[in-house]
Design a binder for this molecule. Structure first.
Ligand code: CP
Length: 317
């Protein structure tokens, strides 16, 4: 594997899941693989889980790790070519990327959607430039349109907890006060359809996602109907994708909050969320604290998904 930006890069899911299970059995089995190799993790946006789990995964493989927060201590970076750089941005990404590549063997990048220019977001302007100009294998630690390390961890978690071969997995939009990217729901949809689960997406009108990601899923606008018989409930907020409302918050209707009464419509479903989560907006305290909540094991599996990906990149250096 030379890059990891979507489900297409991971190959057959059964093999990836088997590798994840093996690593979970003994996460130090490949500790020599990363000896004298350096991972550079570059953050354009904040993180708790991705930062810690990816760093831990690389350390399990024996790697050295450098973490750069671009907005804290580095020069402000220009990303557009052709711009007259007479403003506050002191360095261009086109020099910064190959320089960063010269200090490491593998690069992880986190760069969220700006939510103002849909074309730039969906062309993945930032991570694409890292792939093109760094000279190193690049993996996504959440880009503008996808969060594949999260989705892989979600898949591992569902496989660990499912009791039927083809569970019903319902991704429900839930309210949030701020505009959030579509990366997590896009990616989750992509991975759930690749896994061939009975996958249902429910959201208010106006929150339709890019059909390129949701093809194969059932779209149900009635949240209560969607939740009936669910084995897993995956809550997530996202901002509008469709024009002319791209990147906007169209609703903060708390009638969409996942609560115990709604979980009662399901097949005693497990509750999932990628975190961080706004309690009593996305999900009520009692649901997230219930014994059916998987948010902590789901986050713990981020170490495993990252380790499978970094291991495969190391094996192809
Ligand atoms: N789920 C997730 O990616 O969390 P962080 O933003 O804290 O990394």
């Amino acid at each position: 594997m030379r890059q990891f930006i979507s489900v297409a890069d991971i190959g057959p899911l059964d093999k990836a899941l088997a590798e994840a299970a093996m690593i979970k059995q003994d996460r130090f089995a490949f500790t020599g693989l990363g000896r004298n190799k350096t991972l550079l993790m570059i953050f354009f946006n904040s993180s708790l889980r991705t930062r810690l789990s990816t760093q831990k995964a690389a350390m399990n493989l024996g790697m050295n790790v450098i973490v750069l927060d671009v907005n804290q201590g580095a020069w402000k970076l220009e990303t557009e070519r052709g711009v007259i750089m007479d403003g506050d941005k002191a360095e261009h990404l086109l020099e910064a990327i190959p320089v960063m590549g010269s200090y490491c063997d593998i690069i992880g990048v986190r760069s969220f959607a700006g939510l103002t220019d849909k074309k730039a977001d969906y062309e993945e302007t930032v991570i694409s430039q890292f792939i093109k100009y760094s000279g190193r294998p690049v993996f996504s630690m959440e880009a503008a349109t996808r969060h594949p390390l999260q989705s892989f961890a979600d898949l591992i978690t569902i496989e660990e907890y499912k009791t039927v071969e083809r569970p019903k997995v319902v991704m429900t939009w839930a309210p949030h006060p701020k505009a959030l990217p579509q990366a997590v729901p896009n990616s989750f949809a992509e991975w759930m359809t690749a896994a061939d689960y009975d996958f249902v997406i429910t959201h208010p009108h106006g929150y339709e996602l890019d059909p390129a990601f949701t093809k194969g899923a059932t779209i149900e606008y009635d949240q209560r109907k969607a939740l009936e018989g669910a084995d897993f409930v995956y809550a997530k907020n996202w901002s509008a994708y469709t024009d002319p409302n791209y990147g906007k918050v169209l609703s903060t209707d708390r009638a969409w909050t996942v609560d115990a009464e709604k979980m009662g419509l399901t097949n005693n479903a497990f509750f999932m969320h990628c975190l961080p989560v706004r309690r009593n907006m996305i999900v009520t305290d009692d649901v997230i604290e219930s014994e059916r909540s998987l948010v902590i094991p789901e986050a713990a599996n981020r170490e495993i998904s990252a380790q499978v990906v970094i291991k495969r990149l190391l094996e192809n250096l």
